[in-house]
Design a protein around this ligand. Structure first.
Ligand code: NAP
Ligand code: ZN
Ligand code: ZN
Length: 350
């Protein structure tokens, strides 16, 4: 076992604070790597603040992890020391169920995927995430980061990137499709960039017009404020697909009316409380509400390669670990442009 520095939550209400955790010695199939950067996802905040149930504390969040390999087990074939690698939201799954076999490990039915943090590993130990100096993960759950993508920019792709890429692909978004992205935060800004790179006509629906210039620069063709009631009149029946990335509960009725016949609203946000779905806007235009969870390992690699090829990079603000608590407050205030990424260098010092 090795000891590494980390930032952990000790309760739902206390600020995160420095600590140390242990990592297992790499087994035959494991990859050990130094973490260089870790993104801050709103899911980290939901989890730490016990909005999805009470997790076990101390809890080291972080599931957008990028770094460099320091050791590999004897049976590892995909990676070698010095490789640039990443880990996303899960570090294991049953590998045997139909979904795992189909590369949809996030939907594992054989006990479920094992979360990168707040999960329980095969060794029975709680998993601890990326706000730390190093990690050990089975090679089948490690991604290869293309040379074109700097490690700090790679980190947010491992959750925000794949979470938006996967539904865009699944619902065949491309040229000729009109999509709306609700909420311009970490997921939302990736949805805009990826949707535009896939050739769709992208509209942002944000609470205000404050970030309009950014949204258009990121690739949106249109930008509307949801605080303006005229938005819901002007855009009625316009979209084939809506991706809702909002971290709070919305009344989906008004948004459903913006879909075409047979249009689809994909819920990506995971607010603590229920969403409201009135029947009329669903029934009248045969619309659907559905959801989507991150993406499988193969699709995550496909997304990284797509981003390398199309020059898609997240917009990031790199911070020191002692800024994590302030960053959380800024995320909660929708004051993120557009992903905080922790430079974990100080956590790599012995
Ligand atoms: P984020 O950076 O905080 O972005 C959320 C955005 O939602 C904000 O920037 C804001 O955009 C909008 N928003 C926030 N509060 C709002 C409110 N009360 N009313 C209306 N709009 C509001 O969060 P994120 O990291 O992108 O994550 C978003 C959600 O997705 C979280 O719930 C997270 O847990 C979930 N998530 C799900 C998956 C999955 O697999 N499905 C993966 C990762 C994260 P504007 O300022 O533009 O309005
Ligand atoms: Zn996430
Ligand atoms: Zn499985």
């Amino acid at each position: 076992m090795s000891t590494v520095s980390a930032y952990a939550a000790t309760s739902a209400t206390d600020p995160l604070s420095p600590t140390t955790i242990t990592r297992r010695d790499p087994g035959p199939h494991d990859v050990a790597f130094d973490i260089h950067f870790a993104g801050i996802c709103h899911s980290d905040i939901h989890t730490v603040r016990a909005e999805w149930g009470t997790p076990q504390y101390p809890l080291v969040p972080g599931h957008e992890i990028a770094g460099v390999v320091t050791a590999v087990g004897s049976e590892v074939t995909k990676f070698k020391v010095g490789d640039r690698v990443g880990v996303g939201c899960f570090v294991d799954s049953c590998r045997e169920c139909t979904n795992c076999q189909a590369g949809l490990e996030q939907y594992c039915t054989g006990g479920g995927m094992i979360g990168t943090y707040a999960g329980v590993g095969r060794d029975g130990q709680p998993t601890q995430g990326g706000y730390s100096g190093a990690i050990v993960v089975d090679e089948n759950y490690v991604l290869s980061i293309p040379d074109e993508i700097p490690l700090d920019a790679a980190a947010p792709l491992l959750c925000a990137g794949v979470t938006t890429y996967s539904p865009l692909r699944h619902w065949n978004v491309g040229p000729g499709k009109r999509i709306a992205v609700v909420g311009l935060g970490g997921l939302g800004h990736m949805a805009v960039k990826l949707g535009a790179a896939m050739g769709a006509e992208v509209t942002v629906l944000s609470q205000s017009l404050k970030k309009m210039e950014d949204g258009l620069r990121l690739g949106a063709e249109h930008y509307y404020a949801t605080s303006d009631r005229a938005t819901f009149k002007d855009l009625r029946g316009k979209f084939d697909v809506i991706l809702n990335t909002v971290s709070a509960s919305l009344d989906l009725g008004a948004y459903l009316n913006l879909l075409t016949l047979d249009g689809t609203l994909v819920e990506l946000g995971m607010p603590e409380h229920a969403l409201t779905v009135p029947p009329s806007p669903l029934v009248r235009m045969r619309r659907s509400v559905t959801g989507s969870l991150i993406g499988g390992i193969a699709e995550t690699q496909e997304m990284l390669n797509f981003c390398a090829e199309h020059g898609v990079r997240p917009e990031i603000e790199v911070i020191e670990p002692d800024y994590i608590n302030t960053a959380y407050e800024r995320v909660l205030a929708s004051d993120v442009r557009y992903r905080f990424v922790i430079d974990t260098e100080s956590l790599r010092q012995p």
